[in-house]
Design a protein around this ligand. Structure first.
Ligand SMILES: *Cc1c(COP(=O)(O)O)cnc(C)c1O
Length: 394
């Protein structure tokens, strides 16, 4: 049996006609840059994410960059985020000459450890970028409390979390800005690059609209230096065509996650609070986890990944090298060991296939192969990963 990490063809087969019609409409109009299709998509995403305004941009990476630019963040400024994220979060800060300041993650959710944020705030701190990793939101109440206390801007990196909820509020709608990505492997993927910024602030929305078109307003009159951060009409039309299916796909991902949980627990390999068992299951701490990834925590992670590959199962390591130990950020002077939970997650976590179209037989096969691996290695003297359940904070 083959179980790829993600099978975009399976999803495409179910929506082919709608997607083709959306593309054809744009082709017939020959209106490729911004325009009515982008506006339609912006309206739909604003509504879906519970925000007042949405601004289509060229990617999730550019969404983050444009928000920081809109706040005039640059040299001398510090921006707090986590080192356990996709590169773009930190890259956006560094590209503007600002200084990324890292806060370690909560080992349970892999999101920023909110209890450590205050201690990193200085007179130069301008913003916090919480990342809603794998589809589960960071503890936004705590993030907003720190931001309000020190007058900081909050930019939610919701690239993996469209439709996720925290205490009934949607990802992207709580901070000053929310950033989404339509990269094809995200839960709502375009046929190429695309992204969106959402905000509840009319002035910030206006500024972003200006920034994404080289800061020009009116045309050829530039008040600020922006960039070409525009969303293509074809990508917008595809995203709009796919959006009505998103809740159904999310429900299927959640159902798959529950099934994994049940199968791992039933097989006796799931790690319990006292730390016995081989597989640390994802913990749903905040309300609505949309499972962009289903990530387990294991010992002998690389061996397990190789063993699964041999049996036809695709997996991925998100992310093997935390940002503070990336070569390009060596100038920040953060040594290995500075952020122990991020480094441990980088060593111990593995994403299993979770895409909506997976069959029950495929899920069972994945669990069977994971169990076989640990059964075969039962006599090895490798230690199990440290229990994280016993140090639950929530
Ligand atoms: C995908 C992703 C981004 C960047 O989005 P792109 O559209 O690929 O530029 C940023 N942050 C996180 C956490 C992501 O997963």
């Amino acid at each position: 049996m083959l179980v790829p990490l993600l099978d975009l063809k399976a999803q495409y087969a179910t929506i082919k006609a709608e997607v083709h019609a959306a593309i054809a409409e744009v082709m017939e109009s020959q209106h490729f840059i911004l325009g009515p299709k982008v506006e339609e998509c912006e309206k739909a995403i604003a509504y879906y994410s519970g925000s007042s305004y949405a601004i289509g941009v060229s990617s999730g990476s550019d969404a983050l960059l444009a928000c920081l630019m809109a706040e005039n963040i640059g040299p001398g400024d510090e921006v707090i985020t986590t080192p356990y994220t996709f590169f773009a979060t930190v890259g956006a800060i560094a590209r503007l000459g600002a200084t990324p300041v890292f806060v370690d993650i909560d080992p349970l959710t892999y999101n920023i450890d909110v209890s450590q944020i205050s201690s990193k705030v200085t007179s130069r701190t301008r913003a916090i970028i919480p990342v809603h990793l794998y589809g589960q939101m960071a503890d936004m109440e705590a993030v907003m409390a720190v931001a309000e206390k020190y007058g900081l801007v909050v930019i939610e990196d919701a690239a993996q979390a469209i439709g996720a909820e925290y205490k009934g509020r949607r990802a992207g709608s709580i901070g000053n800005y929310g950033c989404f990505s339509f990269f094809p492997s995200k839960n709502l993927g375009a046929a190429g690059d695309g992204g969106m910024v959402v905000t509840n602030d009319a002035q910030r929305a206006e500024r972003l609209k200006c920034l994404r078109g080289h800061g020009s307003k009116p045309k050829y009159h530039h008040k600020i230096v922006g960039g070409n951060f525009r969303l293509d009409a074809i990508q917008a039309a595809i995203v709009s065509a796919k959006l009505p299916h998103l809740d159904k796909w999310t429900a299927a991902r959640q159902r798959n996650a529950k099934m994994y949980d049940k199968l791992f627990s039933g097989a006796g390999v799931a790690m319990n609070a006292s730390g016995s068992g081989h597989v640390g299951l994802p913990r749903v701490v905040m309300n609505r986890h949309i499972f962009n990834q289903y990530v387990i925590r294991v010992s002998r992670r690389d061996e397990l990944q190789a063993a699964l590959k041999k049996r036809g199962i695709g997996t991925e390591v998100y992310y093997p090298v935390p940002m503070h130990v990336q070569e390009c950020f060596a100038y920040l002077g953060k040594k290995a060991g500075s952020f122990p939970e991020s480094e441990r997650a980088a060593r111990e976590t593995l994403a299993l296939p979770i895409y909506p179209e997976l069959s029950e037989a495929q899920l069972c096969y994945v669990v069977e192969c994971v169990c076989d691996f640990f059964a075969a290695g039962a006599s090895s003297n490798q230690t199990a990963p440290e229990a994280v359940g016993s140090q639950l904070k929530r």
